[in-house]
Design a protein around this ligand. Structure first.
Ligand code: HEM
Ligand code: HEM
Length: 180
């Protein structure tokens, strides 16, 4: 299996990042949809506990994925057009910002955060750090929903592009060159 990207297809690691994170994002959005639609239901109680730890995992993964994308930038399949390029950039921006703002808010709240039992934030006594919490309070949820909207658009466009053979980019994210 080709590990690195080439001009005609994404390599194994880029595809693992893409599809693995797509599954994790699906779970992450299930947790918020269950919370919003069925707060305090059995489903919400089951899912919400994974929102913060999974959010942290997604934060770590997107940083690794960004480094990998940069390391491969000279040898990746070229974007179809400028809007596609900007769309992918916006996805990256939101994938970084949404969990980052939440983690800043978590730290500023002074409450401990121990995902998977790891003592990541010990918490502290005294006043909350308001300036660290404010961006998350304003933007975490809103940008999170914006990310979901962008993902829906991204998937829809991937499907629309399948209609024209020269625009069909799905194969290269499945490990096959376009046209095969
Ligand atoms: C990429 C990862 C993440 C996504 C896509 C995401 C998405 C969202 C969304 C859409 C909401 C809004 C729910 C509503 O409207 O009520 C929300 C709420 C929340 N998230 Fe996240 N989240 C992520 C990571 C995190 C992380 C890392 C933490 C904490 C460490 C966190 C903590 C919270 C909390 C406490 C709320 C409820 C308060 C609020 O609405 O801001 N999230 N998240
Ligand atoms: C069923 C779900 C999905 C499908 C069918 C899909 C399809 C695709 C396709 C065909 C490409 C290649 C585009 C090209 O080469 O020009 C691509 C790239 C990309 N997709 Fe998706 N996608 C899905 C889910 C997601 C999700 C959930 C995210 C992020 C939250 C995402 C983020 C990206 C990004 C950033 C790229 C650019 C390549 C990279 O750096 O990984 N996709 N997607």
């Amino acid at each position: 299996m080709q590990f690195r990207d080439t001009q005609t297809r994404y390599g194994g690691l880029s595809r693992a990042f893409h599809w693995g994170m797509a599954l994790l994002f699906a779970w992450q959005f299930l947790t918020v949809i269950a919370r919003v639609l069925f707060e305090d239901s059995a489903l919400d109680n089951l899912l919400w506990g994974s929102h913060k730890p999974l959010g942290l995992v997604l934060m770590v993964l997107v940083v690794l994925r960004l480094f990998w994308a940069l390391a491969n930038r000279a040898s990746r399949p070229p974007s179809l057009n400028l809007p596609a390029r900007l769309g992918h950039l916006a996805l990256y921006l939101l994938m970084v910002l949404v969990p980052l703002l939440a983690l800043m808010r978590q730290y500023g709240s002074g409450r401990s955060f121990e995902p998977f039992g790891l003592p990541l934030m010990a918490g502290f006594e005294g006043d909350k750090i308001e300036w660290l919490m404010a961006p998350g309070n304003w933007l975490h949820g809103n940008l999170g929903w914006a990310l979901l909207a962008l993902i829906v658009g991204h998937i829809a466009l991937a499907m629309v592009h399948r209609r024209r053979p020269q625009d069909n980019v799905l194969p290269r994210m499945l490990g096959r060159p376009v046209g095969e």
